[in-house]
Design a protein around this ligand. Sequence first.
Ligand code: AMP
Ligand code: ZN
Length: 497
Amino acid sequence: MLKLYDTYKKKLVPFKPIKKGKVGMYNCGPTVYNYVTIGNLRAYTFNDFLRRSLEYLGYEVTQVVNITDVGHVTMTDEQKKEVKKSGEKLEITDVDDGVDRMEKAARREGVSVLEIARKYIDAIFGKNYEKVKEFEQDGDFGKMNMLKPTHLPRATEYIDEQIDFIKRLEKKGYTYVTKQAVYFDIQKFKRYEKIVEQKFEDMVSGERSHSKDPDRKHPSDFRLWQLNQPDHALQWDSPWGKGYPGWHIECSAMSHKLLGQPFDIHTGGEDFIKLHHANEIAQSECAYAKPLANYWLHNAFLTVDGGRMGKSLGNAYTLQDVISKGFDPMDLRYFYLQAHYRSKQNFTWECLKDAANARDHLIKDLKTMMGEAQGKRIVSVQWKKKFMSGLEKDLNTCEALTATWELLRSDEEAKVIVGTILDFDQVLGLRLDKVKVTDVKMETESRKEVEKLIKQREKARQSKDWTAADKIRDELLKKYRVKVEDTVEGQKWGIDE
Ligand code: AMP
Ligand code: ZN
């Protein structure tokens, strides 16, 4: 039975979907103001892995990933300076009265907000993403071999739904209006204290306190609709005046429309637990008097070289950086699989190289097995069970990988090994089905050739013909990238990395 760790319940809970055999899942997606980083990609790969695991376990999944193209506001440079001066350390720079990330990017690049959205949507999802069934290789999601979500709604396409949602909250008395915005009155939702694990009277510091509206009643009141910002590029009419939606409301409105309420699983990075998701819960529960989602899953952050990742630190690597260094996106995918999603994972180029070597090794061994299997494939129910038992423990990808390696090294018949590992790849998503049998012959043949040369060299060594032994050693290195070492136990050889 599948067990998932629910962040707010703080424990592993057996998964029971609302409708038998079906899962509705909402994953908070990217704000399309820049290329996504390998930190963001950790979150999105986790979502993809979750989707694939659920499908492998037999569920039919409706997956929604939203595209934020308006309303995600961050601190202005002046606000950041002020915070620095105050000596306070802010991990999150999301505030309500800063600058819209999309607008900031448009200014930075000297183009319109719509052009910014187009550029980064293309980079993340691919140019044709709306028309194709599967992601193509021209976007990060496709390169990472992610399955295409059922819905990829853009916030700007759901303005009416967001306005209706706010109207509903207003009718129930959960909002108030100032010159700057329509606010959610957080103290009317008592459970908020439990969710963010803080009393209302203590919520005065941190990112919440850096929004400056003299008429705001409480530092945790957040903006549902922004008003009186004539310079903002995107504006819509609303019952409260021209403006644009706040960030949190889009997820509540779009999930309600596309999945209903409650739906099964909601995910995001751990930075969302006490802010974005707490606010989503507040809005949705108050609007509909029902929970928003039944299971809340959050991935831990990726650090780089042991520390925070950041644009200003020069280590906010993108997938393009990874590719430019000669890695395959599947190396990064393999790297993510090596850590449980709730554990912090540290990225270094060295670790990525280790992951790439392990993946190389996996493919080589699989090719050898494919050669032996001669096109035959059988899926072992027993090994499948073992693999699934890892997934069922709160999606333990490390265990799933271990099972894969154990099977590869087991003395099962080649057709069982090949058939079952290709079956596992529906979850791993490492494109193992692309391993070509035509390469296999070459591979087996060169392996045979290498073994022959090693034997010849052994003979040369025994007859103390050092010139011949050295010649063979050079040939092995040049022709096959095989490095030989003479040890007390005899010759040892391996691929020279
Ligand atoms: P953002 O575009 O900043 O809203 O982030 C998009 C998603 O990526 C969110 O779910 C974040 O929690 C997640 N995220 C951002 N940075 C990291 C990181 N370093 N490691 C893992 N997830 C991250
Ligand atoms: Zn969200």
